[in-house]
Write a protein that binds this ligand. Structure first.
Ligand SMILES: [Zn+2]
Ligand SMILES: [Zn+2]
Length: 180
């Protein structure tokens, strides 16, 4: 986790320079029941950032640049403004800006993880039913409930053309989805 601590040291120094405040940020691994619910999160109570180790090891630079910096900014915002401000509101964005971090760090969702294999595999586990729009060649992955209602009455349609989708197969959760 050297890269995470290096980045936090760098960010804490920048925070000290701009706001003249000292902060120590701890790092903890995400408990199993939280994995998949967020890329990472900040604990105000522990003054810690909670990381998804599997995602970190998949691509350390990306994780540090997009998740560690984002969560650290939550702790800086908390340190400066307390509990009463919106999570991704103007105070948070001001901190991101003053620490000269990329604008994307201030966004609630980052697109950088759209092609993460770790996330795709996790998603395939909970959404193993593959459907396809034949017209657009777009694959949709549905969970059990979505699969059932689509089989019964075409509840889910192609996001592109709004046309009907066709069931292809149930994917084995251990295999990689090469088609995505
Ligand atoms: Zn956030
Ligand atoms: Zn379509």
């Amino acid at each position: 986790m050297t890269l995470i601590y290096d980045e936090l040291t760098r960010l804490n120094k920048a925070f000290k320079r701009k706001y003249n405040r000292d902060i120590k940020i701890r790092v903890e691994e995400m408990p199993a029941d939280m994995v998949g619910k967020a890329l990472g999160y900040a604990s105000y109570f522990k003054e810690a950032i909670i990381i998804d180790a599997e995602l970190y090891y998949e691509n350390k630079e990306r994780y540090v640049e997009h998740v560690v910096a984002h969560e650290a900014c939550h702790l800086y915002t908390m340190n400066l403004y307390g509990y009463g401000v919106r999570a991704h509101g103007k105070q948070f964005k001001r901190v991101v800006n003053r620490l000269q971090l990329p604008k994307s760090v201030g966004m609630a969702k980052t697109r950088e993880f759209n092609h993460s294999e770790v996330l795709m595999k996790r998603y395939a586990k909970t959404h193993p039913f593959q459907w396809e729009c034949k017209a657009c060649k777009v694959i949709l992955q549905l969970n059990t409930r979505e699969h059932k209602v689509t089989t019964l009455r075409a509840a889910y349609r192609c996001a592109e053309c709004k046309g009907p989708i066709t069931f292809i197969e149930k994917v084995n959760s251990s295999s990689t989805l090469s088609s995505l």
